[in-house]
Design a protein around this ligand. Structure first.
Ligand code: CU
Length: 482
């Protein structure tokens, strides 16, 4: 095994790009995909490679490396570039065994409400919770793994609510992290304190120790961390090479060396150049949804028709301007643009279908503000059961002269309705408690201390996210991931 490693590391050293200011463009790039979007055969070969890497001691090697640099690479501007370099190394090792290997990512925000019900935490992929006195994982990928570092043990997981895991951050919350971050250190801090920390904290076991790379969940998760940074980098050209620090932090610069590697920070800033020859399976722009990745387009279409399931039509303008400034500003992005995953939940699809197909006839869902005129979009459209979302629950006189929630087509003599209140048309069933977005987990004191997170800064971040959840719930927003 030692020999394999030295040969491999030599190969990397020879292939290494010089520190010239312009990096060579990659000759080819691999595409990193969401793990559940791999085909069965892709996952089978990935799994085989991972088992080989485990047998060859690579997981221990990466765990030891992570431990060696732990203090410098967390609660620090190097957090994102260091982990980008680190997981790229893992991917290169994978490619030594399987030339077309690419690291998958886990968009855990899709599973935010009840992480244990994620298929990723089942026998098919990562396996689930540990059991017994040692919290050993006995299914999925690490089923038979014996970990060597720092001492011999089975792979451990210990969920933070017994058999359950406390809620993580919703896709909406992560979109807000991206949109609210003006500088590199803003996005770095939001990612590190936010969805990065809760996934480690919720899974527990090896994942809440310095040797977390023992669990493949680490690499899947950090691949997602890297992807969210990349999304932020894609917002504006000046974001790509932005690297800064807080006034009270130690100064950093793009020419700093990446701890443990020969490259500089500037060498890993732009995907597709130098050593970082990969991309992600999304367009990476702030787009409504990436059409290419949609397996069941019909389902997503249903969700897209429901105003309270969209950030742009389901929120008060004060919520938008505070938490989603890019949508609100309307500068580079159209009003309809949001950046959310395609994988909506089955429950959300059911909700959307009930909302738009009250009978077998398709009903168009319409939205508008004061003074808008809604034009009948098809003959099938009737104006039945329309309720307008209003802060004033008693204000039932909503549309034209009709005050009841039953406004049928026969009652309307024309094909248009005038909206007389500043609100979107919304179904009464939004009041279903299941549509309420839960508060995200707050990491434990122990995990905070392990990472040397500043408790005041951490609470400021956490409170910002609580504010977002409260605003979404108050506005009657229904998450397509609930
Ligand atoms: Cu780390």
């Amino acid at each position: 095994m030692k020999l394999v490693k030295s040969v491999f590391l030599l190969a990397i050293a020879l292939a290494k790009i010089s520190n010239a200011s312009t990096l060579p463009k990659c000759k080819s790039v691999v595409t990193r995909r969401e793990i559940r979007h791999l085909s069965d055969s892709q996952w089978q070969s990935t799994r085989q490679t991972l088992n080989t890497m485990q047998n060859q001691g690579w997981f221990s090697w990466f765990a030891a490396m992570h431990v060696a640099h732990f203090r410098t690479i967390h609660e620090s501007p190097t957090f994102l570039p260091w982990h980008r370099r680190f997981i790229r190394e893992f991917e290169l090792v994978g490619q030594y065994y399987q030339p077309d290997f690419s690291l998958p990512y886990w968009d855990s925000s899709i599973d935010y409400k009840d992480p244990v019900s994620s298929i990723v935490l089942t026998d098919k992929y990562l396996g689930s919770n540990g059991s017994g006195d040692d919290s050993c994982v006995s299914n999925g990928l690490p089923r038979k793994w014996m970990i060597d570092y720092p001492r011999k043990h089975c792979l451990r997981r210990k969920y933070n609510l017994g058999n359950k895991i406390k809620p993580w951050f919703s896709p909406e919350s992560i979109t807000s992290d991206i949109q609210m971050s003006k500088t590199f250190i803003d996005i770095s801090t939001r990612i590190e304190y936010g969805f990065h920390a809760v996934v480690h904290n919720g899974i527990g076991g090896d994942m809440i120790s310095g040797s977390s790379p023992n669990d493949f969940a680490f690499f899947l998760h950090h691949c997602n961390v890297d992807r969210v940074w990349w999304k932020w980098q894609n917002i504006k050209p000046e974001n790509v090479k932005m690297y800064n620090y807080r006034p009270n932090q130690k100064a950093v610069s793009l020419s700093d060396t990446i701890a443990g590697y020969d490259e500089k920070i500037s060498d890993v800033m732009e995907l597709g150049y130098g050593l970082v020859c990969y991309t992600y399976s999304e367009n990476g722009k702030i787009s409504r949804r990436d059409e290419k990745g949609i397996k069941e387009a019909k389902k997503v279409e249903a969700v897209l028709k429901v105003p309270e399931m969209s950030l742009t039509t389901g929120l008060q303008s004060s919520t938008l301007s505070k938490f989603f400034p890019l949508i609100s500003a309307e500068e580079d992005t159209p009003k309809s643009s949001i950046d959310l995953p395609n994988d909506v939940s089955d429950r959300a699809v059911k909700y959307a279908q009930t909302r738009i197909n009250k009978t077998d006839t398709a009903t168009d869902v319409v939205a508008g503000s004061i003074g808008d005129t809604i034009i009948k979009q098809s003959n099938k459209m009737d104006f039945s059961d329309i309720v307008v979302n209003s802060n004033d629950k008693d204000n039932k006189i909503l549309i034209d002269n009709f005050s009841s929630s039953k406004i049928t087509q026969e009652k309307t003599t024309k094909n248009t309705l005038e909206v007389l209140t500043d609100a979107v048309v919304i179904a009464a069933s939004k009041d279903d408690p299941k549509n309420i977005i839960p508060l995200p987990d707050r990491i434990t004191e122990q995990f905070l201390v392990l990472n040397h997170y500043d408790p005041v800064k951490y609470m400021a971040y956490y409170n910002e996210k609580v504010g977002l959840v409260n605003a979404l719930n108050k506005d009657g927003y229904v998450s397509p991931y609930n």
